[in-house]
Design a protein around this ligand. Structure first.
Ligand SMILES: Cc1ncc(COP(=O)(O)O)c(C=O)c1O
Length: 402
C-alpha cells in the first residue's frame, strides 16, 4: 500500500508534465480560442493528425490535455496502459456527453435506482425523451440486477455510482461488471465520491469512469468540471471524442489549469480527508443525539466487507440522521459555525448540506424514499481542518439543536 501511495503522489504531481512544452516551471494558462498555422500544409497536417499540435479550443488545449493526462494516470495507476481521458465543462456535461456518444434511439440503459439527483433527472426525464429505455435496479443487491437483465434483451449500458450520493450505499463494481459483460453491456462508474485515491473502477473491470472534477480532483471549490475516461480506444475515438467535439461541452483552459494545480496535492489532501472522515464518523456514531451514521469505514456499516474489498480507504463523505428527525437536522445545520452550509463536496473546508431540500429536491419524495434519502438526513463532506475543531463545531451545533 505504501508504494502504491508513493506512486499515486508522483503521478499527481507529474502526470501532466509532458503537455508543458515551455520552460515555465508552472505550466502557463493557454487562454486562446484558436491556434496559428505556419502554412496551409501545416494546417492540413494537424487536421489529418499527421502532426502533433493544437487547432481550435473546442478540440484541444494544452492545459486541458495536461489535466486529462494526470487524471488518466491516477485512474490507470495499476493498469498496463493509461486510460483515455476527456475533460468536460461539468460532471453533468461529462455524463451527458458519454450518453450522447454511446446511446442510440431504442437502446436500453440500466442504472441503479439511487443516484445523484441531477443524474437521476438526466436519465429518467431527459434521456428517455430520445427513445432510450431506462430501467433501474437496486445497486446494493446484485440479484436485483440479475432480474432486470433477465427481463431486458440487448442492454447497451449499465450505469452505477458508488458510494452513492448521499446515502453512501455501495455497489459491488466487480459483481456488476461480471453480470453486465455476460449480457454484452458496458459498465460506467461515477467515481466522484471515492476518487482514484480510494477506488479505481478500471481495476475492477469497468469500461468507463466519470467524475465531477468539481469535487476531490480539484479539491478547493474553485471549478465546476468533469472528466470521462475509458480503457477502450474505439469507444474513445469513435464515440466519446466526436460527442465532446460536436456536442461542445468542453472544459476551459483556466478551469483545467486550476484542477491541475489542485491535483498536485491530491494524495496529501486525500490522506487527511480520509483520516478526518473516519474520526468524525466514529464521533457521530457514539453521539447520543445521532440515530444513525452512514459511512463505509464503520464496522457497523451494512456493506463494510464490500467497502474493505473494493476500496483502499473510506473517504470523507458521510451522512447521518439525528434522533430529532428533520426539525433537529434543520436547527443543527443553522447552528454550525466552522462548517459551511453549502452543497458540493471535496473542498478543503467542511461542508454540511440537507439532501431532501437541496441536492435531491427535484427528485419526487416517493422516489427519494426508494433511494433511502429521509427528510432528516444530513450530509457532511469532512474537510481538512484540524479534526478536533470539526468535531467541536458539530457537537455544539447538535447541542444547540436539542
Ligand atoms: C456523484 C456526483 N456525480 C455527478 C455530479 C455532477 O457534477 P457537477 O456538479 O460538476 O456537474 C455530482 C455533483 O454533486 C455528484 O455528486
Amino acid at each position: 500500500m505504501a508504494s502504491k501511495r508513493a506512486r499515486l503522489g508522483t503521478l499527481a504531481v507529474h502526470g501532466g508534465d509532458s503537455a508543458n512544452r515551455t520552460h515555465a516551471h508552472v505550466m502557463p494558462i493557454y487562454q486562446s480560442s484558436t491556434y496559428r498555422f505556419d502554412s496551409v500544409a501545416h494546417g492540413q497536417a494537424l487536421w489529418r493528425e499527421e502532426e502533433d499540435g493544437y487547432i481550435y479550443g473546442r478540440l484541444s488545449n494544452p492545459n486541458v490535455q495536461a489535466t486529462a493526462n494526470t487524471i488518466a494516470a491516477l485512474e490507470g495507476l495499476n493498469l498496463a496502459t493509461r486510460p483515455f481521458a476527456l475533460m468536460a465543462g461539468s460532471g453533468m456535461a461529462a455524463i451527458s456527453t458519454l450518453l450522447a456518444g454511446l446511446l442510440r434511439q431504442g437502446d436500453i440503459l440500466l442504472s441503479q435506482q439511487a443516484l445523484y439527483g441531477a443524474t437521476h433527472t438526466l436519465l429518467h426525464d431527459f434521456v428517455t425523451r430520445f427513445g432510450i429505455v431506462c430501467g433501474t435496479f437496486d445497486g446494493s443487491d446484485l440479484d436485483s440486477l440479475d432480474h432486470v437483465l433477465a427481463r431486458h434483451d440487448g442492454v447497451r449500458l449499465v450505469y452505477i455510482e458508488t458510494p452513492v450520493n448521499p446515502t453512501m450505499a455501495l455497489t459491488d463494481i466487480r459483481g456488476v461488471v461480471e453480470r453486465a459483460h455476460a449480457a454484452g453491456a458496458l459498465v460506467v462508474v461515477d467515481n466522484t465520491f471515492a476518487s482514484p485515491y480510494q477506488q479505481r473502477p478500471f481495476e475492477l473491470g469497468a469500461d468507463l469512469v466519470i467524475h465531477s472534477t468539481t469535487k476531490y480532483l480539484t479539491g478547493h471549490g474553485t471549478v465546476v468540471g468533469g472528466v470521462i475516461l475509458t480503457t477502450d480506444e474505439t469507444l474513445y475515438h469513435d464515440h466519446l471524442l466526436p460527442a465532446l467535439h460536436i456536442g461542445g461541452a468542453v472544459a476551459g483552459p483556466m478551469d483545467a489549469w486550476l484542477t491541475g494545480q489542485g491535483l498536485k496535492t491530491f494524495h496529501l489532501r486525500m490522506a487527511r480527508h480520509c483520516d478526518n472522515g473516519l474520526a468524525v464518523a466514529r464521533f457521530l456514531a457514539d453521539h447520543p443525539a445521532v440515530a444513525q451514521v452512514h459511512y463505509p469505514g464503520l464496522e457497523s456499516f451494512p456493506q463494510y466487507d464490500l467497502a474493505c474489498r473494493q476500496m483502499d480507504a473510506f473517504g470523507a463523505m458521510l451522512s447521518f440522521e439525528l434522533k430529532g428527525g428533520y426539525a433537529a437536522g434543520e436547527k443543527m445545520m443553522d447552528a454550525v459555525r466552522l462548517c459551511t452550509l453549502a452543497v458540493s463536496l471535496g473542498s478543503a473546508d467542511t461542508l454540511i448540506a440537507h439532501p431532501a431540500s437541496m441536492m435531491h429536491f427535484k427528485v419526487p419524495p416517493e422516489e427519494r424514499a426508494r433511494m433511502g434519502i429521509t427528510d432528516g438526513m444530513v450530509r457532511l463532506s469532512v474537510g481538512l481542518e484540524d479534526v478536533e475543531d470539526i468535531i467541536a463545531d458539530l457537537d455544539q451545533a447538535m447541542r444547540a439543536a436539542q
